[in-house]
Design a protein around this ligand. Structure first.
Ligand code: CA
Ligand code: CA
Length: 94
């Protein structure tokens, strides 16, 4: 009985609005940091700045996809990359 009460109190403490706000604040900070990283000159994100981010991400993903580094993605490498992504996505969703 005492153990149940302690667990209930611990759950209530974890779920207080203060802690929820902190979690939201972390998310907001991550978004703000991503925006700051995108907006290189502080005048808002231009299409060119956005495309720089897209190209950088595409290069990183292509390099990851090209398992043997020969500059070509084979059907096997393509399938392996997307299967891993799909598995990663479903692990996060759980
Ligand atoms: Ca800018
Ligand atoms: Ca390859």
């Amino acid at each position: 009985m005492l153990l149940r009460s302690l667990i209930a109190i611990a759950v209530l403490l974890v779920m207080t609005p203060e802690n929820t706000a902190t979690a939201a604040g972390v998310t907001t900070n991550k978004l703000a940091n991503r925006f700051i990283a995108l907006d290189r000159n502080g005048d808002g994100v231009s299409f060119a700045e956005f495309m720089t981010m897209i190209e950088s991400r595409a290069r990183r993903e292509y390099k990851e996809m090209d398992g043997n580094g020969d500059g070509r993605v084979s059907r096997y490498e393509y399938k392996r990359f997307w299967s891993a992504r799909k598995a990663q996505y479903y692990r996060i969703k759980r």
